[in-house]
Write a protein that binds this ligand. Structure first.
Ligand code: FES
Length: 153
């Protein structure tokens, strides 16, 4: 089910039929829907005549597209050079441990958190850094994670 069919229809009208429009169309749909669901990709195929396989191919090729819903809070863990040398791996492990996530999982079952690794958050002097939604936390240690996560529910 599309959450915001009217807005998606407006986007399809805006981009429909334009060459090279599939990526920006999918980006904007993701912005309003939160992710690209099978339903939204099917809907785009139906409305634009673009083959579903092509849409799915684009959506799975580019890492900017999310195919699953995001948690209420998004945790971005920096793995850029400055953070990497400041032991970002221990931060990643601690976040996963505190959330009870396996290594390959990125979202908690209760829909509260989604974890993603990013290449730089633009505040390298604070390494290692994470962001939770719009809040930045720097100079972290693995032990500091539990208290930070408690603030979000
Ligand atoms: S490398 Fe982590 S904030 Fe830049």
């Amino acid at each position: 089910m599309l959450q915001n069919k009217t807005a998606v229809d407006t986007l399809i009208t805006k981009f429909g039929g334009k060459k090279g429009a599939l990526i920006p169309l999918l980006q904007e749909i993701q912005e309003i829907e939160g992710y690209l669901s099978n339903d939204s990709m099917r809907y785009v195929a139906e409305k634009t005549g673009i083959k579903l396989a092509e849409i799915y191919g684009v959506a799975t090729f580019y890492t900017m597209f999310r195919l699953k819903p995001q948690g209420k809070h998004v945790i971005r863990i920096c793995k850029g050079t400055a953070c990497h040398v400041s032991d970002a791996n221990s931060i990643i492990n601690s976040v996963h441990e505190n959330l009870g996530l396996e290594k390959e999982e990125d979202s908690t079952a209760d829909g509260l958190f989604t974890v993603m690794e990013v290449s730089c958050l633009g505040c390298c002097s604070l390494a290692p850094v994470i962001m939770i939604n719009d809040d930045t936390y720097g100079k972290l240690t693995a032990d500091s994670i539990a208290n930070i996560l408690k603030k979000y529910n």
